[in-house]
Design a protein around this ligand. Structure first.
Ligand code: SAH
Length: 461
């Protein structure tokens, strides 16, 4: 059965294979023509140059990604469609994270819902829509979230750079069901960017700023936190504090106000795995944010955990989180730039050697690069922190290190830290490899869905 009512996008020869294989993005340059005009955000059908049907997706002429394919079948985008897709996504989490109460329910391309992110923080949900087609269907999506989870509230945090490229403005607020209808309390006016977000992608050769931004968006799948900004002059209505549980530890976060919000849900599994190296250890947690790695290490029996982050608000929250879990006695904190802190900790007079003092060092920095052009600078940054961290690590100790940049793959990342190990004259034994938690599924056909990698190394000598 054909869908005569849907406008048809005809692809150039050779452009269909990627889409058939499962990649949802169709760029402007891949398209021969549109059979009749389609409104931005409308559902279109996609055919190859021989008129063979390939799928349906959301159209947006304003975006470089003209079509975001939703299905290889002739589906209609109804509430039932979202119900089925979100249920399927939830089933993946229930299978792979059976005990988690906070997790990413929908991770956009990873769950075949390009442009939609949905996070569950206990009984509160955070919704982000980065494509126009998704944005226009928010009421349907809200209904499905209500039906599946009956949440206390649904917070909308929509202020990512990628929205601009889809012709959308920022929207922030709290959705509440009032007498059977969704009402949003808008807090956009209270929001300002105070430099806490990751920088927008710069344009680089061979890559339009929009495409960089799209990859940045994929990389941003990493977190709610990365895109959530601070609010200046927050009134009582623009705070949304809640306590959530990860691996039986309590974390306080605020989904709207003050300090950086959200949490790095993608490390949920790795917190547990890295903590296995913490028994009786002197631990250094660099880029500690709310204390994810540090507090797991403290609970696992570390002798002492020192957490370093440049954000005073993050350190204040981590300090409260340590107290909430009765772990304060073994935790210390520093508000500092990690580069400066490591430099000071490894500074020696001529002919002196750095005395290693840690048994476990965790490095989980933000992405140092948003685009291919700045990869060399990013690698210099990664190398520098590894070089200094290795000097502080005792023989037999463990370095657990992560990289969340999509443009730096696992091989390049390991090469960089081997080069740091060479300069420090250290030899490493790799004892673990890490990836993003399973609520951020990797679809190998969509390389942008894979961004977080990490390793643990023991210091041989
Ligand atoms: N490990 C954390 C995630 C870290 S994300 C977790 O699992 O939750 C990045 C963190 O690094 C943010 O808290 C940010 O404030 C901090 N940060 C970014 N650049 C920094 C720098 N140069 N020095 C110290 N902290 C930095």
């Amino acid at each position: 059965m054909s869908s005569p009512t849907l406008p048809t996008v005809i692809l150039k020869p050779g452009e269909a294979d990627r889409v058939i294989a499962g990649h949802p993005w169709i760029y402007q340059g891949s398209i021969i023509r549109l059979t009749h005009p389609a409104a931005d955000g409308e559902l279109v059908q996609v055919k190859d140059h021989r008129q063979r049907f390939i799928g349906v997706g959301f159209y947006n002429s304003k975006s470089k990604i003209n079509v975001r394919v939703l299905s290889p079948e002739r589906i209609e985008v109804t509430k039932a469609f979202f119900l089925e897709r979100i249920r399927a996504a939830l089933a993946v989490r229930q299978r792979h994270l059976p005990d988690a109460t906070s997790f990413r329910v929908v991770n956009a391309e990873s769950d075949f819902l390009s442009g939609l992110i949905l996070d569950k923080y206990e009984d509160v949900f955070v919704l982000q829509t980065s494509s126009l087609g998704m944005d226009q269907r928010k009421p349907m999506i809200l209904d499905v979230v209500q039906e599946l989870f009956a949440p206390r509230a649904i917070v909308e945090r929509n202020e990512m750079a990628s929205r601009k490229f889809e012709g959308m403005s920022d929207e922030n607020g709290v959705w509440k069901m009032v007498e059977g209808r969704w009402e949003m309390e808008d807090v956009s006016a209270a929001l300002t960017e105070r430099g806490t977000s990751r920088p927008a992608a710069a344009t680089s050769a061979g890559e339009s700023s929009e495409l960089s931004s799209t990859v940045a968006q994929a990389e941003n799948l990493r977190s709610g936190a990365s895109r959530l900004h601070t609010i200046a002059g927050t009134g009582p209505s623009s705070t949304f504090s809640l306590t959530l549980t990860l691996n039986d530890l309590r974390f306080e976060t605020d989904l709207l106000a003050g300090h950086k919000t959200g949490l790095y849900l993608d490390q949920q599994v790795n917190y547990r795995l890295v903590a296995q190296f913490a028994k009786d250890a002197e631990v250094l947690d660099c880029f500690s944010f709310l204390g994810g790695f540090g507090l797991h290490a403290a609970r696992a029996g570390a002798a002492r955990v020192h957490m370093v982050d440049q954000s005073a608000e993050a350190i204040a929250a981590a300090t409260r989180n340590a107290a909430a879990n009765a772990l304060s006695a073994r935790c210390t904190f520093d508000t500092a730039n990690v580069f400066d802190w490591l430099k000071a900790a490894t500074a020696v007079r001529p002919h002196e050697r750095v005395v290693p003092r840690f048994d476990l060092i965790i490095l989980d920095p933000p992405s140092f690069t948003r685009n291919r052009a700045s990869v060399p600078d990013a690698l210099r940054g990664y190398k520098e922190i590894h070089l200094r961290a290795l000097k502080l690590l005792k023989v037999g100790g463990t370095l657990a290190t992560f990289c969340c940049s999509h443009h730096v793959d696992a091989g390049l990342f390991q090469d960089t830290l081997l080069s740091a190990a060479y300069d420090a004259r250290r030899v490493l034994r790799r004892v673990a490899a890490y990836t993003q938690s399973p609520d951020h599924p990797i679809i190998p056909m969509i390389p942008e869905t894979e961004y977080l990698k990490g390793f643990a190394y023991e210091l041989v000598r």
